[in-house]
Design a protein around this ligand. Structure first.
Ligand code: DHB
Length: 326
C-alpha cells in the first residue's frame, strides 16, 4: 500500500532515516537494515574523504518540540561507508551515501571514488550531496550562496556524466541534493532555476535543520550545547511548517522532474500524510528517530495506513502533491 518510487528505483515504504541519525557506525547501520523496521532505505551519515571526530560535546540535545545539534560532521570517512554497503549480501533495502565534503574538490574526489568502485551486484542505490551542513565553523552553507551552488553542481554533474559516459551501468544510481530551508519566494525560484538545469538530478531532500538556532536554559542561564557558542541546527516538530513550505514550493516549481524527500518535523503518520500531500515521494525521519529509535518507522507506517484507509486511498500516488487551496 505504501510503495513509492524515485525515477526507476522502487521503495516498499516511503521511510528513510535522515542522514546523521542512527547511521554513523556499523551497528547503527546494521539495525536500520534489519527487516524488522519499516524503512525500506538507509542513508549513511554525511561523510568526508577522511574520518572526523566532529565538534566538542555536548553537541546534541532534545527537548519536547525540538532538537539542537552541532555535531561537526563526525564520520568514518567515505571508504568505510562504501565498503560497508558493498559488503552487505542479500539485503533488499536501498542504500544511499550522503556526501558532505568540506570543499568542492573533496566532493569531487569522493564522487570519483564512488563511481570508480561502483559494483553492480551489491552497490549503493543513490547519493545525496549535502549542500546545507550548518555546523562547520568558517564553512558557509553552500545552499545559501547560489553562485557557489551553481559552481558546485556544475562540476559535480560534469564528473558524474564523465563516468556514466564510459560505464552506462552507473546511470541507475539516484543523485540527489540536500537543501537548507528557504524562507523567501524569490529564493525558491532562483534555487529551482539552478536545480532544473541539471537533467541528471533525481531528487532533492528538504529540509535540513534550520541552521544556527539558539536554545537557552533559564535555570543555568546558559546555552545547551558547547560548539559555536551554543548555536546549532534546529529540528523536531517546530520545523514542520517550514519543511512543508519548502516541499510544496519546490514541488510547484520543479513538478515531476525532480522527486522530493520531505524531511522536517515528522512525529506521526499525519505528518507523513501532510508531507506527501505537499508533494513528497518519500520522507526522512531525524529528531523522532533519535528520540524513539527505529520502532518509529513501524508506528508511522501503521498510522499512515490508518489515515489512508479512512480516506479511501489505495496508494501514495492517489494523494501525492494534491494539496487543496481554499
Ligand atoms: C551535520 C549537520 C547537518 O545538518 C548536516 O547536514 C551535516 C552534518 C553535523 O553537524 O555533523
Amino acid at each position: 500500500m505504501l510503495h513509492t518510487h524515485i525515477k526507476n528505483i522502487h521503495f516498499n515504504t516511503p521511510f528513510i532515516n535522515a542522514s546523521g541519525c542512527w547511521c554513523r557506525e556499523k551497528n547503527e547501520l546494521d539495525t536500520l537494515l534489519s527487516s524488522e523496521w519499516k524503512n525500506d532505505s538507509v542513508i549513511s551519515k554525511s561523510c568526508t574523504l577522511y574520518s572526523r571526530d566532529g565538534n566538542m560535546s555536548p553537541r546534541y540535545k532534545e527537548f519536547k518540540h525540538l532538537s539542537i545539534n552541532s555535531m561537526g560532521l563526525p564520520n568514518n570517512g567515505i571508504y568505510f561507508y562504501l565498503n560497508y554497503f558493498n559488503n552487505i549480501n542479500n539485503n533488499t533495502k536501498k542504500k544511499m551515501i550522503s556526501l558532505s565534503g568540506l570543499t568542492l574538490d573533496e566532493n569531487i574526489i569522493m564522487i570519483e571514488t564512488l563511481f570508480s568502485n561502483y559494483n553492480q551486484q551489491a552497490s549503493i542505490d543513490g547519493i545525496e550531496i549535502n549542500l546545507s551542513c550548518p555546523n562547520i565553523e568558517g564553512k558557509p552553507q553552500i545552499g545559501y550562496d547560489l553562485d557557489s551552488m551553481k559552481t558546485y553542481l556544475t562540476k559535480i554533474f560534469d564528473t558524474i556524466l564523465k563516468f556514466e559516459n564510459s560505464d552506462s551501468s552507473c546511470n541507475r544510481m539516484l543523485i540527489g541534493v540536500k537543501l537548507p530551508p528557504y524562507f523567501d519566494i524569490v529564493h525558491f525560484e532562483n534555487v529551482s532555476k539552478i536545480l532544473s538545469s541539471f537533467d541528471r538530478l533525481g531528487f532533492i531532500t528538504c529540509i535540513n535543520s534550520i541552521g544556527n538556532g539558539l536554545v537557552i536554559d533559564t535555570d543555568t542561564e546558559s546555552v545547551v550545547i558547547k560548539p559555536k557558542n551554543g548555536f546549532g541546527g534546529i529540528g523536531g516538530s517546530i520545523v514542520k511548517p517550514t519543511a512543508l513550505a519548502n516541499v510544496h514550493q519546490f514541488y510547484r516549481l520543479l513538478g515531476e522532474k525532480v522527486a522530493i524527500i520531505g524531511c522536517g518535523g515528522i512525529t506521526s503518520g499525519e505528518d507523513v500524510f501532510q508531507h506527501i500531500l505537499a508533494g513528497a515521494s518519500m520522507v526522512s525521519i531525524g529528531t523522532e528517530l533519535m528520540k524513539q529509535g527505529p520502532l518509529v518507522f513501524n508506528t508511522l507506517n501503521e498510522q499512515l495506513i490508518t489515515i489512508m484507509k479512512q480516506k479511501g486511498y489505495q496508494s501514495i500516488e492517489d494523494f501525492r502533491g494534491k494539496l487543496n487551496y481554499l
